[in-house]
Design a protein around this ligand. Structure first.
Ligand SMILES: [Zn+2]
Length: 136
């Protein structure tokens, strides 16, 4: 089993969340509506499956120890973090619903800006390569 670190920009359509000052059309006034958020699409590099996230997913897992991975996979991820001295990140992990690849997203978040908006920066992704032995 090998843990691979990937820049979040290689997996996500958006890596910076908030504050909300979006315009959907050039003719519109900039919207300043906290209910509007960007689509954050994760694309699995192995099978191409796309998973949509929203900021609530990241808010929920902020500074949480909750993991969706099994013990073995979680240990591999934690081992990698320790080796690389990667500390201070929140994480959100899951298995790709299509190919079951274990993925863990690491991010930093908080509140800021003029209106105390939720701000989140997706930093990197750890993926576990399941190396199949050719020998049988
Ligand atoms: Zn997949």
């Amino acid at each position: 089993m090998t843990v691979v670190k990937v820049n979040s920009k290689e997996r996500f359509s958006e890596t910076e969340i908030g504050p909300h000052h979006e315009r959907f059309f050039a003719s519109q006034e900039p919207a300043d509506d906290p209910t509007i958020y960007k689509q954050i699409i994760f694309k699995c590099a192995k099978c191409g499956h796309e998973i949509e996230f929203n900021e609530k997913n990241f808010m929920k897992h902020s500074h949480s120890e909750y993991s969706n991975l099994n013990d073995e996979d979680k240990k591999s991820i934690d081992g990698y973090l320790k080796e690389e001295s990667l500390v201070g990140y929140s994480f959100l992990d899951f298995y790709c619903s299509e190919c079951k690849r274990p993925v863990s997203i690491f991010y930093k978040d908080g509140y800021g800006g003029k209106h105390g908006d939720y701000i989140c920066s997706l930093d990197f992704v750890l993926e576990i390569e399941l190396l199949k032995s050719l020998a049988t």
